[in-house]
Design a protein around this ligand. Structure first.
Ligand SMILES: N[C@@H](CCC(=O)N[C@@H](CS)C(=O)NCC(=O)O)C(=O)O
Length: 242
């Protein structure tokens, strides 16, 4: 199966959670909109597919994945579909639901992280909502960041399969997504993260181990990995970092 990933070509964004899973599994995939950069089909192909989705099942927004005739949107839904096919989740239904539950919680966290720099409207520039962003970031750093990361640290600690993974005994897509969240937070909030890093030793260890996995390390060093930037989901603005 050759998978087609459709996502904005210039940012990691939510597409990155899918890219990391495809890369770790060495799956056969094309990052369709990025092909524009490499002289391929690009964003127009993505927009055409959104407008003329097979069976009237149009995605609301990227990322979406084409697998044969199926078109699947919503990051967490894409991973729910993909992970069993590429060996990134255990078999038992209860465990799959647990993985999905954790991934939905990551998606909630990601939305809150995004809304720090866009607290009023997605259609306004950050600079047009900076006072609100400052208020929101202060609350994020003191309340929401610790609440979410304490929770995931506790999940690692309580995992019957061991604290090296969030689910079961082996790497799953949830671990890859958690790697991305920690990497993004380290980029966006270096001071806030450094100040509190002793609180989350297991999460930081997970981040280091995922980064060192041969396929992930090769991906991160390649031009397929876009850099973090202030156009993306995780944004570094010094004034929001306390
Ligand atoms: N809940 C969706 C959110 C999708 C989403 O917000 N996509 C962004 C890029 S990361 C987008 O293009 N949004 C356009 C819009 O909201 O109008 C998911 O997890 O995939």
């Amino acid at each position: 199966m050759r998978y087609e990933l459709y996502y904005w070509p210039s940012i990691q964004g939510r597409g990155e959670f899918v890219r990391l899973a495809l890369e770790e599994a060495a799956a056969d995939y094309v990052d369709v909109a990025r092909m524009q950069v490499r002289g391929g089909m690009g964003v127009p192909a993505m927009m055409r597919l959104m407008e003329n989705a097979p069976g009237g099942r149009a995605p609301f927004a990227p990322p979406f994945l084409k697998a044969g005739r199926q078109l699947i949107a919503q990051t967490t839904n894409i991973l729910l579909f993909l992970a069993p096919r590429i060996g990134l989740v255990p078999k038992a239904e209860a465990t799959r639901l647990w993985a999905h539950q954790l991934q939905l919680t990551i998606a909630d966290f990601v939305t809150e992280i995004h809304d720090i720099h866009h607290p009023i409207a997605n259609s306004l520039y950050y600079e047009e909502q900076q006072p609100e962003a400052k208020r929101r970031s202060a609350n994020f750093r003191t309340e929401r960041l610790p609440k979410f990361l304490d929770y995931f640290e506790g999940v690692l600690d309580a995992n019957p399969g061991g604290a090296r993974h969030l689910v079961g005994r082996r790497l799953s897509y949830v671990d890859l997504s958690m790697f991305q969240v920690i990497a993004g937070l380290n980029y966006a909030f270096p001071r806030a993260m450094a100040r509190r890093k002793s609180k989350w030793p297991r999460l930081l260890d997970l981040h280091r181990r995922v980064m060192a996995r041969p396929r992930i390390a090769a991906y991160l060093a390649s031009d397929r990995r876009l850099p973090f930037s202030t156009a993306g989901l995780f944004r570094h603005y010094s004034e929001l970092d306390g």
